[in-house]
Structure formats: structure tokens, C-alpha cells
Design a protein around this ligand. Structure first.
Ligand code: ATP
Ligand code: MG
Ligand code: MG
Ligand code: MG
Length: 473
């Protein structure tokens, strides 16, 4: 069946509605009352209050399509077929109501019934936690062939404090033609790092609470929490090579091609990565700003800044001169308007914020790229392989290049960045500021705080800590 992304999202929600679930709207990307998270990064992240028992939901069965941001996947974007910074997670949730048997039986029905997804059962593989013999039995009872059920040791979902338990992941065999690995590569199995077996859905049987002291306490009432990446499901329905050749991304890519120096998508791999990065980041920054986050030098704002600047540098690779990301905002708004009508309504506002950030970076971009290119050229001449901390810091401090951006740009040319040296330069700047502060007390303290939050290594650490510990890899 060739369905649109809107129809696929709706089909998922309708299926679970038919099983007694309440359809919940997508929550803001900016977490409410949850200092442990920088961004909402999954459907369940919005449901913690129900799973912890703090709030009792009107209906213990809920379903949603939740916009999510994962900063730990930034570097995967464009390189893998399946990773985004912003994506939608379809999910069904049971708060102490149904458990494993129903979750598994319904998942199989949704995926394979001719009335619903109608996917070929032969293409589907389920992974289970080795000790979870119930899950294996339930999949077999639902109709899965035993040789399509695979025990995988790390199928245990843990988001730090909160609900946790064994999980079962569903993989779709896209065929060897889609693979980046040889047929006989040891990683070539469902759950391995390959492009043949696409992970589409994770079903978590949360039966424990991960306590603040690190122990696991059995929950008096067990929960179900699931997550299916909409973009990945769409790539299967639309028989797309990657998530990007779908109706969710192609219009953004086409608009970018129009703005480029005569480039077209699908001609060479390097340009295609740039197109994908831009399309991905355009969506993420549009939604993040639409939800009230703003570019800045710390926390969430630093993530937005980093995404915008990375997209701009990728635009340069396509020969795009001057601001352009602002023009992608209404394209994103139109693609998403059936489910997120607010984005198109806010498009002018969002575009203005992005435009001013582009203009600001535009002032130092050429200087920064000149410096970076000449540093790299000098290194190559001298047979060096590493940009020193002082140069990386100058690029950051004077030219607004996030150190991750410098690193990625250099990496394309086989050169690394001296991270420790960069951090040392950052520390020196802090110390200079502290000394200059002298005897001022109240003002000085405030200044010091500001300088502190300007340390990119700190936000990155924070970002990675919060999002990476929130995931089962
Ligand atoms: P992967 O192994 O592919 O990185 P994951 O195991 O980290 O995925 P989960 O934490 O299990 O992902 O999230 C549930 C579902 O959300 C995944 O099965 C996938 O369909 C989707 N998903 C996760 N991360 C991303 C992402 N960065 N971009 C798009 N979809 C994603
Ligand atoms: Mg997973
Ligand atoms: Mg995974
Ligand atoms: Mg992942």
C-alpha cells in the first residue's frame, strides 16, 4: 500500500483507538517539570507522571505521535538511512492496564493485518530479552515463525530513574540491496549495526521501577510503553531507500536544491549527505523554536545554535550563499500541517528567529572558514593531523564555530581536533574572567555564571548525559 505519512500516522492512532486507547496530542519538545531531560526524546518521556503513579490518567490506555529530539544522533544524520534529530515516535501505552500478551498480539495485528499495515510477515523479525520466555511464547502464539524471534542480551529498557524492563524490538528486512554490509558480515542480523534490518518499533514491558538508589523494584502494576519511528515506517510504506526519500523530507530537499548552485539530489553521495543534514535540521529547528526554545549559548539554545550553524556549513557545500534556512520553514510547516497546524501559523515568527541567527553567523562565517581551511592546509603541508586547542578555541570564540562543527569539518579531511587543548583554552578564558572580576562580588558571581554556561563541553556533556542515559542502545 502506498500511503502518505499523514495517513500512516493516523492509521496507527486509529488502530489503538479501536483497542480502547485515548488519542493524546503531541506534547511540547520542551519538557515540563522535568529537569532531568533537555528535550522530550520519546513518547514515554511525556508520560512519566502516569507511570510513576503521581497522576492517574482518565484512560489507562493511551496512544500518541510524539515529536522527539535526540541530540546523541546528530552525527548519524545523513550518514545512516534512519536517524534524525527531530522525529515522531508513535506509541501505545498501558498504565497498569493490559500487559505483554495484548501488546504483542496487537502489534502483530497492526503490522500484518490486510486492514491495517499489511506488511509481509516474512520480512519481520522480533528480538526478545533472553530471560523473557513469555515474550517469545506470546510472539509465537500471535503467529511469528520461531526462526524470526531472536534473543538479544541488551533488550532491556532503562531510562535512568523511572519505569524500566525487558523489551522486544521489531525489525523489517529491507533486503540485501539496502545493506551497507556484506551478506556474511557478523553484524548482518536484526539488531546488528547494518542497514538491511531496520529497527521500526520498540515495545517495552515495564515491570520495574528504577529507584533513585539504583535498585530495581517490581512495579505493583505493570505498564506497556512502545515507540515506533514514524519516518522509518513511512520509508517502508513508500519503498524509499532511506527515510529522506519520503513525503516527509523530499519537499524540503527540493526547495534546498532550488536555492543551491544548480545541485540536484541523488547525483553524488557527498552532496546528498548535505541535503539530508539540511532537511533534518530544518525540521528540528523549526519545531524547537515553535515550541518556544531560542538559539543561545547554553542548554537547549546551544543545541539549536549548533544545528543552525551545521546546516549553514552544509549549505555552503551546496554552493548556497547567504541566508536560506528561513525559507525552508514554510515548507516544513506545509508538510506537517495536518497534524501540527501551529507550525505553519507560526512560520513567519520562526523564520525571523532563524534568519537573525543566520545573519549573525553569516558575519563571521567566511572568516571562520578561511581560518579553518588555512589551518587545515598548513597542517597538511607539515604532515600534521590535529588542529590545536588554540585554533579550535579561536574558531569558537571569535568566529562562532561550535567545536563539534570544527571537528566534523576537519574529520571529513582526515584531521582531528585537540579536545583537551580546546578545553584548556576555555578554562584559561574562565580564569582570566575570574581574575578580571577582582573584588566585585555580586556582579562578579553573575559574570562567572555566564562564562560558565558558555563552555560548550559542558552543555555537550549535559546533553549527552541526559539523552544517552535515557535510551537503550
Ligand atoms: P536505533 O538503534 O536505530 O538508534 P534506538 O534503539 O535508539 O534506535 P529506541 O530508543 O528504541 O531507538 O526508540 C524507539 C523507536 O524510535 C525506534 O525503534 C525507532 O523507530 C525510532 N527512533 C529512535 N531514534 C531515532 C532517530 N534518531 N531518528 C528517527 N527515529 C528514531
Ligand atoms: Mg530501540
Ligand atoms: Mg536500537
Ligand atoms: Mg539510537
Amino acid at each position: 500500500k502506498e500511503l502518505s505519512s499523514s495517513q500512516i500516522r493516523q492509521m496507527y492512532l486509529d488502530f489503538f483507538k479501536s483497542k480502547g486507547h485515548a488519542i493524546e496530542p503531541s506534547s511540547s519538545l520542551v519538557p515540563k517539570d522535568d529537569p532531568s531531560l533537555l528535550w522530550i526524546n520519546s513518547g514515554v518521556a511525556t508520560m512519566k507522571k502516569y507511570f510513576s503513579g503521581q497522576v492517574v490518567p482518565e484512560n489507562p490506555r493511551m496512544t500518541s505521535s510524539q515529536k522527539s529530539i535526540r541530540t546523541n544522533d546528530i552525527e548519524n544524520v545523513g550518514k545512516t538511512a534512519r536517524h534524525h534529530t527531530l522525529f515522531e515516535m508513535l506509541g501505545n501505552f498501558s498504565v497498569g492496564d493490559y500487559f505483554k500478551k495484548e501488546a504483542i498480539t496487537w502489534a502483530w495485528e497492526l503490522l500484518t493485518s490486510p486492514d491495517w499495515f499489511a506488511w509481509d510477515p516474512d520480512k519481520l523479525y522480533m528480538t526478545v530479552y533472553p530471560k523473557d520466555t513469555d515474550a517469545k511464547a506470546d510472539w509465537e502464539a500471535a503467529g511469528v515463525a520461531p526462526d524470526h524471534i531472536i534473543a538479544v542480551e541488551d533488550n532491556f529498557w532503562d531510562i535512568g530513574e523511572g519505569p524500566s524492563g525487558p523489551d522486544s524490538e521489531i525489525f523489517y528486512d529491507r533486503g540485501q540491496a539496502f545493506n551497507n554490509l556484506a551478506d556474511d558480515d557478523p553484524e548482518n542480523y536484526p539488531g546488528g549495526e547494518n542497514e538491511r534490518y531496520l529497527e521500526v518499533w520498540n515495545i517495552v514491558f515495564s515491570q520495574f521501577n528504577h529507584e533513585p538508589d539504583g535498585t530495581y523494584k517490581p512495579l505493583p502494576r505493570k505498564n506497556i510503553d512502545t515507540g515506533m519511528g514514524l519516518e522509518r515506517a513511512v520509508s517502508i510504506f513508500q519503498n524509499a531507500k532511506t527515510n529522506f526519500e519520503t513525503d516527509l523530507f523530499l519537499p524540503i530537499i527540493e526547495k534546498t536544491a532550488e536555492l543551491s548552485d544548480g545541485k540536484t539530489y541523488g547525483e553524488n553521495q557527498e552532496d546528498d549527505v548535505a541535503f539530508k543534514v539540511i532537511a533534518d535540521h530544518a525540521r528540528a529547528i523549526t519545531f524547537a523554536i515553535g515550541d518556544g526554545a531560542m538559539p543561545s549559548n547554553e542548554g537547549r539554545g546551544y543545541v539549536i545554535r549548533r544545528l543552525i550553524r551545521r546546516a549553514i556549513v552544509n549549505g555552503q557545500k551546496l554552493g548556497i550563499q547567504g541566508a536560506f534556512l528561513d525559507q525552508l520553514v514554510p515548507v516544513v510547516g506545509k508538510i506537517m500541517r495536518s497534524y501540527y497546524p501551529d507550525v505553519l501559523k507560526q512560520a513567519d515568527y520562526i523564520a525571523k528567529i532563524i534568519r537573525s541567527e543566520e545573519d549573525r553567523f553569516g558575519e563571521t562565517l567566511d572568516g571562520g572558514l578561511n581560518l579553518l581551511n588555512s589551518v587545515i592546509a598548513d597542517l597538511k603541508k607539515q604532515g600534521g593531523t590535529q588542529i590545536d586547542g588554540a585554533d579550535a578555541f579561536k574558531l569558537y570564540d571569535t568566529y562562532g564555530f561550535p567545536v563539534e562543527l570544527t571537528e566534523e569539518y576537519a574529520d571529513d579531511q582526515g584531521i582531528t581536533v585537540d579536545q583537551a587543548g580546546f578545553k584548556a583554552e576555555m578554562q584559561k578564558q574562565k580564569d582570566r574572567a575570574r581574575n578580571a572580576r577582582g573584588k566585585q562580588t555580586a556582579m562578579g558571581l553573575q559574570h562567572d555564571l555566564l562564562i560558565n554556561v558558555k563552555t560548550p563541553s559542558e552543555y555537550v556533556g549535559y546533553t549527552q548525559l541526559t539523552t544517552e542515559s535515557a535510551m537503550t542502545e
